[in-house]
Design a protein around this ligand. Structure first.
Ligand code: DOR
Ligand code: ZN
Ligand code: ZN
Length: 450
């Protein structure tokens, strides 16, 4: 037996524990994990003494933009940010220009991305107006559907539960549905009153995007899940009450999972007021007691995924006279893993938790077979981590086009030093060293065949 590459003298997260071992890579796959004497001969051997090897992580919540929103982010810059941040697979959200909501827009997007991406990319699609198009969209390779309940993005009337139920029914046995759970009519009722009163500050935004708005949306969706048994993944849960509904549903055996973002874990509305509109995001940053509830949910195992909700914007768009005109969202691909590794160093999380939340669970929930774990036969998507190295977060040096962060200036401990995608070194010490196009487009159909 021979291999292209053997990584040796390393510590790796394998089968739930940290083991001293070597990894052999051939044809983009991990062919052997074992002790040095058992390893095949290799063309190249790299000694990684002192480093930790983890599976390349999966970020299930990324807005890569490009096309008509390329001024905010491009496939290349977004996937470069992913590679630097330790993500070798990302799932792209559909609120693009044009909106990804048909087989045609999806195929176009895949075609445009193919030559530009540095990591693997799967695509969400919004629901089309005509549900008859759903099969065609899945056949074109959508990994999952996305439903925004805070405003209309796709083809459905988001205030009509019967319409939602029909759509859920249609995809129920096929792909998962990711939901942005903030209820539009609950938001708008308050927003319109505040606008009439001339309110346009951060406080007004927080009143409109209330905890109740999340609660109402989660409640509505769960009723539909009960009826249809569709597999629903709740994006960026931000409140104790929203989470408790999800937990109750899980206990009742409903097929639901949920995600939390680093900004909802680490930042509060105090930070939002301190940092201003730069930190404005949807759902917004909440009180410290909500942060605490999310941490408890995470530690108790109720939260399945940490997703960055990487939502890049041009800096000018983050400022406006009125809060209602500010573009919401913050970039997260380059800060998520360092922030979590800092928690590992502080003893508040384990490496196994990080791999579970950003590797194993995303892979299981979104059916990404062969991704998110270090196993023989799995993809050689891996990251080399220096757990002891410190990094001061410097947004001006992001690979993302969005060079701002509410975490700017924070010191994190735990840095990704190399990222491999399909056995190819893509990022080395913060530099992109591979040509664009080395990431793969992940298609729903293809993933079971590979
Ligand atoms: O803060 C957000 N930004 N929340 C969303 O739901 C959309 C996102 C974006 O696309 O900018
Ligand atoms: Zn969202
Ligand atoms: Zn998002």
């Amino acid at each position: 037996m021979k291999a292209e590459l053997v990584l040796k003298d390393l510590k790796a997260h394998v089968k739930g524990t940290i083991a001293e071992c070597c990894l052999a890579i051939e044809n983009g796959k991990i062919t052997k994990i074992g002790k040095e004497p058992k390893m095949p001969k290799a063309d190249t051997e790299i000694s990684l003494k002192g480093f930790l090897v983890l599976p390349g992580l999966i970020d299930v919540h990324v807005h890569l933009r490009d096309e008509e929103k390329a001024y905010k982010e491009e496939f290349y810059t977004g996937t470069a940010a992913a590679a630097v941040g330790g993500f070798t697979t990302v799932l792209d959200m559909p609120n693009n220009s044009p909106v990804t909501m048909s087989a045609e827009t999806l195929k176009n997007r895949m075609e445009k991305a193919e030559e530009k991406i540095l990591v693997n990319v799967g695509f969400y699609c919004e629901f089309p107006k005509c549900l008859g198009e759903i099969d065609e969209i899945i056949d074109a390779g959508a990994v999952a559907f996305k439903l925004f309940l805070s405003e209309k993005v796709g083809g459905l009337n988001i205030e009509d539960d019967t319409a939602l139920a029909k759509a859920f029914q249609k995809v129920a046995s096929r792909t998962p549905i990711a939901v942005h759970a903030e209820d539009k009519s609950t938001i708008k009722r308050v927003e319109e009153r505040l606008k009439r009163e001339g309110k346009k500050d951060i406080g007004a935004f927080l009143k409109a995007h209330s905890e109740k708005a999340e609660f109402e949306a989660v409640k509505r969706v769960l009723k539909i899940v009960e009826k249809t048994r569709a597999r629903v993944h709740f994006c960026h849960i931000s409140t104790k009450k929203g989470l408790s509904l999800v937990v109750k549903a899980k206990k009742a055996g409903l097929p639901v999972t949920c995600e939390v973002t680093p900004h909802h874990l680490f930042l509060s509305d105090d930070d939002l007021r301190r940092l201003g509109t730069l930190a404005l995001t949807m759902p917004p940053l909440r009180s410290k007691s909500q942060n605490k509830a999310l941490w408890k949910g995470l530690n108790d195992g109720w939260i399945n995924v940490v997703g960055s909700d990487h939502a890049p914007h041009a800096l000018e768009e983050k400022n406006a006279d009125s809060i209602w005109d500010v573009k919401v969202g913050i970039p997260g691909l380059e800060t998520t893993l360092p922030l979590l590794l800092t928690e590992v160093n502080a003893g508040r999380l384990n490496i196994a938790d990080v791999v579970r939340l950003m590797g194993e669970n995303p892979s299981r929930i979104f059916g990404l077979e062969g991704f998110g774990s270090l196993k023989e036969g799995f993809r050689a998507d891996l990251i080399i981590v220096d757990l002891k190295r410190e990094l001061r977060i410097n947004a001006s040096r992001f690979h993302s086009k969005a060079k701002f962060s509410p975490f700017n200036g924070r010191v994190a401990k735990g840095v990704v030093v190399k990222t491999f995608v399909s056995g190819q070194l893509v990022m080395d010490e913060g530099e992109i060293v591979a040509k664009p196009g080395c990431g793969k487009i992940i298609k729903y159909e293809a993933k079971t065949r590979e």
